[in-house]
Design a protein around this ligand. Structure first.
Ligand code: CAO
Length: 491
């Protein structure tokens, strides 16, 4: 059936009988306007959802003035020594409320390790525990367990790096934690992942050795070497921090926590990834960028130690500068990057090498790296490492002076960026620390001193757990928060 035209429909619409009032209907225009308005709102909501990904409107506050990145996240920090504390310190710098649980009377063992100032927390401890609060709890005491369960309910993440099994022996198994707070993320550092060594205790250098770093560090004719950079501890702490924020992100969708595990062996191997790359390349011929290739020394069946050779595709070396070898740090790292080879030839006074087929191509240079670097070193030895750096930078030649810890401590540009900071401490005075190496433009890090042992015990029981004065007194009297009194030997 054909539809009536709008005009006809209007004409044939029923009119009310004479004398009868028309039923009260909203004016058609109003109905339409309302419908249009609500449709527009729905569309706007849908568009906001798609384009804004469900996010709030962009803040209009100046950058750095709208709180911290992890504001509102609370961490139950069971970490000690270095790997775990590195992780929770980063989270604290990003604004998480980190509550460090320590054994009454003793605390994190590093408080007393490598002490330089008598009766003050060591630099080892203070430099790894900034921006945290400290509570002392005996986790094996029944009342201590009660407090811990309350903390588990109030926190988002539990971070620990105890020896394998220690957390379970405290009764804090995954099942218990997950049942007490299904949203809780439980993050752990262990020496090894599941496998033959999973029950082993591990320290930094053990991880460097078992993760492939030591076998590939040092000189070919010397023993394996460990590096000064704490890639096992701090490196794994960094990995764990990423795992935690990723799990927090997933929780916004799933609503539930999960386990995060970083094994130190895995973390080191991840950082030594290029050496596993070289292991596989060995099957296809010698590693031509290693100096042993130019020296005619055959390769074995495992990635060898490469001294100071560059680990990438651009050959590099540490070369002496003016003052070496008396000054142990008068050296520069020099990279013969292919695109700037001609500039290198001009700087060192070998312009003919630019066109000489023996030197002009990277492939031709590979067997002669020792000879080439010896010639470059003749030039670097006429300059201090800073003079050489200044000249080479003018030609975009990648290089870097070997900086001592003294030079880094005094470097004013690192102070300006907050990478090196001075911190005040009530018992040890002013000390120098490394600040947050990760800079966020809208979450500015303020480095606050590390807590004294149990400094925030009362504050946490009151403000976080909302315990009454009576409850707190009862728990304290039970001995769950203090060290057992030493028995008088004479008695
Ligand atoms: N209340 C009561 N007991 C507590 C406690 C508290 N608040 N905090 C810790 N403890 C107890 C633990 O429960 C454990 O007791 P049990 O073994 O009897 O159950 C004990 O203290 C010692 O814990 P631990 O075995 O972790 O410590 P350790 O000094 O013997 O070992 C380390 C240190 C680092 C080797 C080991 O923790 C480890 O292998 N961790 C994992 C890997 C790691 O992070 N290594 C890097 C360390 S930084 O170089």
């Amino acid at each position: 059936m054909a539809k009536k035209s709008k005009k006809t429909a209007k004409k044939t619409a029923k009119k009310p009988a004479k004398g009868k009032a028309a039923p009260k209907k909203p004016a058609r225009r109003t109905v339409v306007a309302k419908a249009v308005k609500s449709a527009k709102k729905a569309v706007a909501r849908a568009v906001a959802k798609i384009s804004g990904n469900g996010l709030p409107k962009p803040s209009s506050k100046p950058f750095g003035m709208d709180g911290k990145a992890l504001q509102g996240v609370r961490i139950l920090d069971f970490t000690h020594v270095q790997s775990g504390p590195t992780c929770t310190q980063l989270l604290a710098w990003f604004g998480a409320d980190v509550i460090k649980v320590e054994r009454p009377g003793i605390g994190d063992i590093t408080r007393g390790q490598l002490r330089d100032v008598p009766n003050a927390d060591s630099l080892y401890f203070t430099m790894l525990n900034h921006n945290k609060r400290s509570i002392t709890i005996d986790s094996k005491h029944p009342q201590g367990k009660r407090v811990l369960d309350e903390l588990i309910k109030s926190c988002d993440v539990l971070v620990e790096n105890f020896a394998p099994g220690a957390l379970d022996r405290m009764g804090l198994t995954w099942d218990h934690v997950h049942k007490t707070n299904p949203r809780m993320i439980v993050a752990s550092v262990k020496g090894f992942g599941p496998g033959p060594y999973e029950d082993c205790k591990v320290y930094e250098n053990v991880a460097q050795c078992t993760g492939g770093s030591a076998s590939t560090t040092g000189f070919r004719d010397g023993p394996p070497l460990v590096t000064g950079a704490q890639i096992g501890d701090s490196g794994t702490g960094l990995h764990l921090a990423l795992g935690i924020v990723t799990a927090l992100f997933q929780r916004t969708r799933t609503g539930r926590g999960q386990k995060v595990l970083c094994a130190m062996q895995d973390g080191v191997l991840n950082l030594a990834r290029v050496k596993l790359r070289d292991q596989q390349r060995l099957k296809h011929g010698p590693l031509t960028e290693y100096s042993q290739y130019g020296e005619g020394i055959p390769f074995g069946d495992a990635t060898p130690r490469a001294g100071n050779d560059s680990g990438g595709g651009q050959p590099g070396r540490i070369l002496m500068c003016k003052g070496a070898p008396d000054d142990p740090n008068a050296y520069i790292y020099f990279i013969t990057q292919a695109p700037v080879w001609e500039a290198i030839c001009d700087v060192i006074g070998e312009p003919t090498w630019k066109s000489d087929p023996e030197y002009a191509t990277p492939k031709a240079r590979l067997p002669k790296l020792n000879q080439i670097f010896a010639r470059i070193e003749q030039w670097t030895m006429t300059k201090t490492k800073f003079e050489a750096m200044e000249i080479l930078n003018q030609y975009d030649i990648p290089c870097g002076p070997i900086l001592s810890m003294k030079e880094l401590a005094e470097d004013q540009s690192l102070r300006k960026t907050g990478t090196v900071v001075e911190v005040e401490h009530p018992t040890r005075g002013t000390y120098l620390s490394v600040g947050n190496p990760i800079k966020l433009s809208d979450s500015i890090t303020e480095v606050k001193r590390s807590p004294l042992l149990g400094e925030h015990t009362d504050e946490i029981l009151t403000d976080v757990l909302k315990l009454s004065a009576k409850d707190i007194a009862e728990i304290k009297a039970s001995g769950a928060l203090s060290a057992p009194e030493k028995k008088d030997k004479a008695a």
